[in-house]
Structure formats: C-alpha cells, structure tokens
Write a protein that binds this ligand. Structure first.
Ligand code: ADP
Length: 338
C-alpha cells in the first residue's frame, strides 16, 4: 500500500494545456475522488499517475519513489476503466488470469489470487462464464477482480460506474466502499458525478479547467466551499447564488460581497414581509419525502428551497425567505469565498 505525492504537474497536448501546476498529497489507504465537469482534466490527471500519459513537467512519487518517468507496469498500480475492457472470448477466470499468466506468475499463486478475488467480489459461481453471460454489475466486478489479482499498491478507477443503471450504481458504490475497507488500499476514483464523490470519498479533489479548485473531505466542501464554483458543483439541487440587490433586507454583508449563496435545505420559509427577501412560489415539486419550491424573486431571479414532503405552501403564494447567518455564503466578484 502506498501514498502518492504529486508535485507541480503541468500537462500539454500540443498547444492545449490540460493540467496547470497540480500539487496533491494522497495518504496511504485513502479513497480519493477527482471530480469536476467534463474536460476539467480529471482523466488526464489519472492517466499521468498511471503512466499512460507523460507529464510535461512536475513529479509523481509513489510510496516515496519518483515514478515520473517509470513505465505503467513498474508503478504498482492497477486501473479499472469505464469500458471494462474484458476479453469476450475468455471466461471470468481467464480474464482475471490473463495479466498474471502473461507476466509468468507461478500457476499456484495465480489460482490463489483468482480464488481470493472471486471470494471478495462474490464471483465464485461465475468463474467459468464468459462476460456475455454476466449482468453489467457482474462484468464490472470482473474488471475490478482483474485489478485485485495484480495486488497493486494503488487502484485507479476511471468513471467505472457510468455504464450502469441508477439502482446498480448505488449498489456498486456500496460494494466499492466495502472493498476499500476490506483491502485497505489507496484508491483514486474519477467521476463527473458529485454524488459519487460525496458518498465514497475520504477526500475530494475538485478540478476546474485543469486546476485544483479545492481539496477537502465531502463535508468540508459542502459547508466551506472556497469558491462559487465548488459551492455550485457540490450539492443537489445546487446552492442558490445570486447578486444581493436592493430587495434583500436586514442582512449584514461583507462590503466586497458580489454574490451571496444559500443551500436549498438551509432556507427558512417565513410569512411574507418577514425574513430577508420576499418571493412567490412558482413551482411546488413534490418528491414524496421532501419538496422543492421554485421561488420567484422580485428582481426576476429564482431561488430553490427544500422543504418537508408535507409542506402545504400553495402555488402563487407570497412567502418570506430567511437565510440563517451561519448558513450564508458570500463570494467576491472573482467567485472566491469571503
Ligand atoms: P475530463 O476527464 O475531466 O473530462 P480530460 O482529462 O479528458 O477531461 O481532458 C482535459 C482537456 O485535455 C480537455 O480540454 C481535452 O480536450 C484535452 N485532451 C484530453 N486528451 C487529449 C488528447 N489526447 N489530445 C488533445 N487534447 C486532449
């Protein structure tokens, strides 16, 4: 098992710079998620760690050894891809065995590792099946099994769940968390899905335009986003962020605050005329256990509030909104948190 130290990585593809001075430390045994919108550089960062892409400058250390120029096979990592990349004509056993066989591992050791991976992943009854005879979730487990038998110091996952349906994704999330605990391995996981990041990560790395925007635990990012970007990326529905216009009352704001933000679940509904802002209910979206109210501001902007499933606020109703001071976020004109 191993920690990773990334020092000042820049990556160019021709004239396009995909990574800008990325610095990062990953602890031994940590589950780290790289998250951000499409094109933010998360796959590039993962692939430079794997050695599948060369960095333009900067260094990568794994377990104290500089591997910046090392071949992928010499880095002690195993990667699980979105597209599984299983061999269709081989059985589950042969798929897991392939890498070890090619590398001339002792047959007894190969068999031992396959049995152990099959046990961990509950694939024991499927070892003789071909990938085509498996469900999506089982195929994903075989792909993970192929990584486990390599006995890597670090597991790299590139959007491994995005081909699965919603229910299976939830199940596989739980399985991966269990796997992480069981193997106590360092795991790095790339996704554009902030829910996956929130639910699985010990540490989240938010990337934006090739730069590390913020690093922290899920709840640190949720409660203390250091930028408007992170504030709006983490959490669903997204944090309400708006310009404090004249219609806001009795709210003491920092003089340099260009934007204020409040999460939908932190807004309190009060009688119209009370609170910090008046609004009108435009949509009442009932989700069962909770409801989302889409509220029109006088300035024309819209605010989303999350309320209880039994909330009786009517369409068209005028309401007051209160933003609890300790739940209010303020950002300057550049989007930095104040
Ligand atoms: P993400 O995984 O966050 O969607 P990527 O790491 O794939 O983002 O891409 C980051 C940036 O690098 C994007 O602007 C993308 O177009 C560019 N890029 C990625 N791979 C290549 C490549 N092989 N050649 C040129 N540009 C690339």
């Amino acid at each position: 098992m191993a920690g990773i130290k990334i020092g000042g990585i820049n990556k160019f593809y021709g004239d396009t710079q995909a990574l800008f001075d990325v610095n990062l430390e990953i602890e031994d045994g940590e589950f780290v998620v790289f998250v951000g919108p499409s094109g933010c550089g998360k796959s590039t960062l993962l692939r430079t760690l794997a050695g599948l892409e060369a960095v333009s400058s900067g260094t990568i250390e794994i377990d104290g050894t500089d591997v910046t120029r090392a071949e992928p096979a010499d880095r002690g990592l195993a990667m699980v891809f979105q597209s599984y990349a299983l061999y269709p004509h081989m059985s589950v056993r042969e798929n897991m065995d392939f890498g070890m066989k090619v590398n001339g591992f002792d047959p007894a050791l190969r068999e031992e590792r396959i049995s152990e991976a099959a046990r961990i992943l509950q694939l024991e009854d499927y070892l003789d099946r071909k990938p085509g005879q498996l469900s999506g979730g089982q195929r994903q487990r075989v792909a993970i099994g192929r990584a486990i038998v390599k006995n890597p110091s670090v597991f790299l996952f590139d959007e491994p769940l995005s081909n699965l349906d919603a229910k299976l994704r939830v199940q596989m999330r739980v399985e991966l968390e269990g796997l992480h605990k069981q193997l106590a391995a360092t795991m790095i996981y790339v996704t554009h899905d902030q829910v996956e990041a929130m639910t699985m990560a010990d540490k989240i790395v938010v990337l934006n335009g090739g730069r590390v925007e913020q690093v922290g635990t899920p709840m640190e990012l949720y409660h203390k986003p250091n930028s408007r970007f992170v504030a709006e990326f983490i959490g669903s529905p997204a944090m309400n962020v708006f310009e404090p216009k004249g219609e806001l009352r009795d709210l003491s704001l920092d003089a340099s605050a260009a934007y204020v933000g409040c999460r939908p679940e932190h807004i309190e509904l009060v009688p119209s005329g009370d609170g910090h802002l008046d609004a009108t209910v435009k949509v009442h979206e009932r989700l069962g256990g909770e409801s989302l109210l889409y509220l029109g501001m006088q300035s024309g902007g819209e605010i989303v509030a999350r309320v209880g499933g039994d909330d009786a606020t009517a369409l068209g109703q005028a309401v007051g909104l209160r933003f609890p001071t300790d739940r209010l976020h303020q950002f300057d004109g550049a989007g930095r948190a104040i």
